[in-house]
Design a protein around this ligand. Structure first.
Ligand code: F6R
Length: 246
């Protein structure tokens, strides 16, 4: 894993955007795996500012809540429209987000996996990091062979996301998420973490022995992972050779 420590959130966002924009310039029909949440908001703004064309790009989001209509203000579809899709020239038919209202979740998940395969696999997947180490909505204990599927959200994750819904009771209890196995097949992985609240789980992700108890440690097994941190999130990372300050 390559760890890059940026001065602050703005620099982290710019760096992530530069990496993804460069991937798209090199391969205009790049297939991207994309996150939601607070952390990537600056990344999306910076990516839009690069002016790179999404005309041939395909996107697959990591996850979506079950039971929220696309139009719901807190659906990940709405989030993506606000932060990226309505701001770039990505054709609507190139957007893929699991349908949280599908009557047949298992079929939706199979079709999602097939869609990724048909697109040629994920070139770059960008991830946020949950306080409990989740990536996508793969909560602690998830097998690393897992594929896109229905998952129950932990209370900790629902609590962490209650800020978007006003109360924990309004946070959906289930989601559809890409699996860890799906994520590990991406050709390149970029993990973003910002702020002191992430410092401990960042340390565990990079410095602890890989274990299903911390899903993000699965990334230690991937050969092309870049971890982008701001100083606050990097505060507990041991000073080891692979850490580079910018
Ligand atoms: C979102 C996702 C989650 C978040 C994680 C961190 O699509 O898959 O894994 O990346 O919960 O969220 P923030 O950035 O809000 O701290």
């Amino acid at each position: 894993m390559k760890i890059e420590v940026m001065a602050d959130y703005a620099a982290l966002s710019e760096r992530a955007a530069a990496i993804v924009a460069e991937s798209i310039r090199r391969r205009p029909d790049a297939v991207l795996g994309l996150p939601t949440g607070s952390t990537p908001e600056g990344f999306y703004s910076a990516l839009v500012r690069t002016g790179v064309s999404f005309r041939k790009v395909q996107t697959f989001n990591l996850d979506e809540y079950i039971g929220l209509r696309k139009e719901h203000s807190q659906s990940y579809y709405s989030y993506m429209r606000t932060h990226l899709f309505d701001r770039v020239d990505l054709p609507p038919q190139s957007i893929h987000i699991p349908d949280g209202m599908t009557p047949d979740v298992a079929a939706e998940c199979r079709a999602y996996e097939a869609g990724i395969r048909q697109a040629g696999g994920l070139d770059v997947v960008v991830l946020g990091l949950g306080l409990n180490g989740h990536i996508g909505f793969n909560e602690p204990g998830t097998p690393w062979t897992s594929r896109t599927r229905r998952v129950a959200l932990t209370d900790a994750t629902r609590q962490a996301n209650a800020r978007f819904f006003g109360s924990i009771g309004a946070v959906p209890r289930e989601a559809i998420t890409m699996g860890i196995g799906t994520i590990l097949e991406a050709r390149r992985v970029i993990l973003l973490a910002s702020g002191e609240s992430k410092a401990d789980i960042v340390r565990r992700t990079v410095a602890e022995a890989p274990s299903e108890a911390v899903p993000a440690t699965a990334l230690q097994r991937h050969e092309n992972v870049t971890i982008l941190l701001d100083r606050a999130a990097a505060a507990e990372v041991p000073q080891v050779a692979f850490r580079s300050e910018r």
